[in-house]
Design a protein around this ligand. Structure first.
Ligand code: FES
Length: 169
């Protein structure tokens, strides 16, 4: 009679080598099929904070996809980011009400001032900039948030002052 042995063998091709690398652990638990791609991307971002080029490359290899396939799927979803999170989160609403009342000018001001656009983080890691569809306070349009604090009825001068004050901290 053969005794049943609980299997601890990894189903992936990593050979069970997960080390301290969270991505290795994530890739080790997936079966390597394309339908898992979005879930793997979500887990990787949760664990690492963003999807780096190296992360995309490793996921592509594990799921036997091209890097451009993986990147194409990731960029389709607004939830994925491709640069590290900044110390301060700056969100600009470009929903209809905010767009009509000057949201685009707010974003342009931020781009000029910080040198980065939506989905990017300043090289010094100070700010991450995000574009959002509505912050739920349209009567205050145009609206931005800085570290989850809402700033409504913004104009370019107030936005500059806000960034100046933060710079002086
Ligand atoms: S559209 Fe900007 S808060 Fe609603």
């Amino acid at each position: 009679m053969t005794a049943a042995v609980a299997s601890t063998t990894c189903r992936c091709r990593s050979g069970g080598q997960t080390g301290d690398d969270p991505l290795s652990a994530i890739l080790a638990t997936c079966s390597g099929e394309r339908p898992e791609l979005v879930a793997v991307l979500q887990q990787a971002q949760d664990a690492l904070g963003y999807l780096s080029a190296e992360t995309i490359r490793r996921i592509a290899r594990r799921l036997r996809l091209s890097e451009s396939d993986v990147f194409g799927v990731a960029t389709f979803y607004a939830e994925f980011r491709f640069s590290p999170p900044g110390r301060h989160r700056l969100r600009v609403c470009l929903g209809t009400a905010c767009h009509v009342k000057g949201g685009v000018q707010m974003m342009q001001t931020i781009e000029r001032r910080l040198g980065v656009g939506a989905g990017e983080t300043t090289p010094d890691g100070e700010y991450e900039v995000e574009r959002v569809a509505c912050l739920g306070c349209c009567a205050l349009a145009p609206v931005i948030t800085l570290d989850d604090q809402i700033h409504g009825q913004m104009n370019v001068i107030e936005l500059q002052s806000l960034l100046d004050a933060r710079t002086d901290d």
